[in-house]
Design a protein around this ligand. Structure first.
Ligand SMILES: C[S@@+](CC[C@H](N)C(=O)[O-])C[C@H]1O[C@@H](n2cnc3c(N)ncnc32)[C@H](O)[C@@H]1O
Length: 288
């Protein structure tokens, strides 16, 4: 279990108000500058998550900030990022529909800024592992930084690699998570890494990508192929004005899932017997 006391190097979620909130790493002797004063990390270290801290100088600033333990969704929305990220609602479905959890071994491509990588890393703790690949040096650098900030270096390996063309020395993995432009080109190779019954999930912003991905999944005999789109609406709760917020994110992307199965031909249904034809069923498995 993680500690409730804030230590040097811990990641905290610092909140001033609805709009001003930051994911920051605590460093003893250092500080964090905001428009409402300076947060001294030494004022935070040793306190419990859930405490408050006042910005310095106290006589001219003295604003109250909440110090919370970051949630998985905070990794997504408040991490340093440059690539398009996966939103918390999509990450939630990925976790539930792949079964990624403590002990899972997962391949991810590409890692992008490492936001989803950190979420996956948090969920496979303490004995699982995320092998995350990307072809962009910039993405690899940013993701490594974010993974270190989240103190997940021993759970996540960020590596340079092309999931379409490279051969990774990995097998029997529980799940493969794809968030890249051409996922359909990676499917054939991915099946070499995935264990039977393991799940492949691909996130794509457009229907054109989904169609190509599903078609390739079918060609490669994956089963339980399903595509979803999630739309989340936030509700403003105010006296006499409780209603959905006016602005919302209208589209994040589509999630396509599929499972790997042993590809055995059905001896009973492969072809229709001819009239009066005898088929010897000895040594063949019985139809359930
Ligand atoms: C949209 S970003 C991923 C964002 C990531 N899910 C996040 O939460 O930050 C797509 C990434 O896929 C990488 N990529 C594209 N083709 C790839 C390939 N063949 N192998 C590995 N990574 C690839 C890109 O370099 C880019 O960093």
């Amino acid at each position: 279990m993680s500690s409730d006391i804030i230590k040097d190097d811990d990641l905290i979620f610092l909140i001033l108000d609805e709009k001003r909130r930051w994911l920051v790493q605590v460093k003893s002797g250092a500080n964090f500058h905001t428009h409402k004063g300076i947060i001294e990390f030494d004022d935070i270290i040793g306190k419990n998550f859930g405490s408050v801290v006042f910005s310095r100088p106290l006589n001219t600033q003295g604003y109250k900030f909440y110090v919370l333990k970051p949630l998985p969704s905070d990794y997504i929305l408040h991490m340093t990022r440059k690539t398009q990220i996966i939103y918390p609602e999509d990450a939630g479905l990925i976790l539930l529909y792949t079964g990624i959890g403590p002990g899972s071994i997962v391949i991810e491509a590409g890692c992008g800024s490492g936001a989803l990588t950190c979420i996956l890393g948090n969920f496979v703790r303490p004995n699982g592992h995320i092998y995350s690949f990307d072809i962009s040096e910039k993405s690899l650098k940013r993701a490594k930084l974010n993974v270190s900030k989240a103190n997940l270096d021993d759970i996540i390996s960020i590596q340079s690699g092309d999931i379409i063309t490279d051969d990774f020395q990995l097998d029997n993995v529980d799940a493969v998570v794809l968030d890249m432009a051409t996922p359909w080109n990676a499917i054939e190779k991915i099946l070499n890494y995935l264990k039977f019954s393991g799940t492949l999930v691909s996130f794509s912003p457009t229907i054109e990508q989904v169609k190509k991905t599903v078609s390739k999944m079918k060609d490669n005999k994956l089963v339980e192929i399903n595509t979803y789109e999630l739309i989340k609406r936030k509700i403003q709760v105010k006296e006499n004005a409780t209603r959905p917020e006016v602005r919302m994110i209208g589209h994040t992307g589509y999630l396509t899932f599929g499972r790997k199965i042993k590809n055995v031909k059905n001896p009973y249904r492969e072809r229709k017997p001819k009239e009066n034809e005898f088929i010897d069923l000895n040594d063949l498995p019985l139809r359930g």
